[in-house]
Design a binder for this molecule. Structure first.
Ligand code: AMP
Length: 398
């Protein structure tokens, strides 16, 4: 059985075709500049040369048509007929407070995705375009929505409520949702399975550290805390996002610089974080190089990043009443021995110990704690597409 995974952005569409017999990627690719001049489709089959075509894609529907044409092409295709695609799984940013789990798409589900446009203004409209394009081009094939907010819906009210007038929760659904949920769900689940954690000892902390960073605490697979909030701006210091700031900072900048709240929010999302502190880059490889060469602001940016990760992990250990496993994922979590060593180094007081040799590994599922460590520590590369494929298989019942 083969499942197509679609991640539709406003002008792009990423996809993977996964064979569920062995969970292997058969083909994957990217349509770029949808609705813009110079649209481009890149199609990759493992072990073969990339295929690139530049054809007009005024909407996501033409993009999906081009993807399907490539998949069944006699020259470069991997399917003899498109009916071999049993179901399509869609990454959807926001399910609001309606959906706590992935769901088979029908008109009601599309209505809720539409109702959440104001909560996910950049992503939800694009996600819906991807869904409607598949419905138009592959009629009769089941579509499943996997929400990035589902995992955070596991939190209890004491964790997800903001202490602001209650009507904003009741009338406007303002609450903490958490993001990167697909990644946190996949990595926490895989951590439990890979570490073979017995029931009663499944307190897992996942550090998803990349350009966007978030941390989750879960118990037996259920999210107890996660660091992002109403939007991905809350929580850790990130590549270009500030993470937590006192809201008065926004008021001050509005009044001082005579710019709008929206402009300040754009600044906090796109021009802040380690990029702003260092003045060098949002990319941790550039920051490492600059700090190494003596750039003090790059060093400060790295120190701040680690400090906020440590502070959050410590708080989550307290909330969980202990921890059985900690997994690192995301571009930084998977590839930076230095960041992992600094974070875990701070947990030495509670007997968590890193195996320095194993910690040199990059990008590969690896146990990196010592046998006598009080919690197991892993590098566990995320695989959001595989999580979506598994959910799609389960819900489409194919
Ligand atoms: P992501 O958003 O998960 O793709 O992660 C992107 C981030 O991972 C960027 O900040 C990269 O600098 C960082 N990254 C990738 N490789 C490395 C590496 N070898 N060492 C440190 N950071 C890395």
């Amino acid at each position: 059985m083969k499942i197509l995974i679609i991640n539709a952005g406003s002008s792009s569409l990423k996809y993977q075709l996964i064979d569920m017999e062995n969970e292997a990627v058969i083909a994957k690719g990217l349509c770029e500049r949808i609705g813009i001049e110079g649209s481009k489709h890149t199609y990759k089959v493992p072990g073969k040369e990339d295929f690139v075509e530049e054809k007009p894609m005024p909407t996501h529907q033409e993009a999906v048509s081009l993807v399907l044409a490539a998949l069944v092409s006699p020259e470069i295709g991997v399917l003899s007929d498109i009916s071999e695609v049993s179901a399509v799984g869609h990454r959807v940013l926001h399910g609001g407070s309606t959906y706590t789990e992935s769901i088979l798409i029908n008109e009601d589900v599309k209505r809720v995705i539409r109702e959440c446009f104001d909560l996910g203004p950049l992503h939800n409209p694009a996600n819906l375009m991807g869904i409607e394009a598949c419905e138009a081009v592959m009629p009769g094939t089941p579509n499943v929505a996997v929400f990035d907010t589902s995992f955070g819906m596991g939190m209890e009210p004491k964790a997800y409520m903001y202490a602001i007038p209650y009507k904003y929760y009741e009338e406007n659904k303002l609450r903490r949702y958490g993001f990167h949920g697909t990644s946190h769900a996949y990595v926490s689940g895989e951590t439990i399975a890979y570490a073979n954690l017995p029931e009663g000892n499944r307190r897992v902390i996942v550090c998803h550290l990349g350009n966007g960073s978030s941390i989750s605490a879960s118990d037996n697979g259920r999210c107890v805390e996660t660091s992002m909030g109403l939007t991905p701006l809350e929580g850790l210091v990130m590549g270009t996002r500030s993470g937590d700031v006192d809201p008065t900072v926004v008021q001050y900048i509005v009044n001082h610089d005579h710019i709008s709240v929206d402009e300040v929010l754009t600044m906090l999302n796109k021009k802040s974080g380690v990029l702003a502190v260092s003045g060098v880059s949002s990319d941790f490889r550039d920051l490492d190089a600059a700090a190494e060469a003596g750039n003090e602001r790059a060093r400060l940016a790295l120190d701040m990043f680690v400090h906020h990760v440590v502070k959050t992990v410590g708080a989550y250990i307290a909330v969980l009443g202990g921890v059985d496993a900690i997994s690192f994922t995301g571009g930084i979590g998977e590839n930076s021995p230095a960041i992992r060593a600094q974070v875990i180094g701070q947990l030495g007081f509670m007997g968590v110990k890193l195996d320095a040799e194993a910690n040199k590994t990059r990008g590969k599922r690896t146990l990196i704690s010592t046998p006598d460590s009080t919690a197991r520590v892993y590098i566990l590369p995320t695989n959001e597409e595989l999580f979506i494929a598994r959910e799609t298989k389960r819900l489409a019942n194919v």
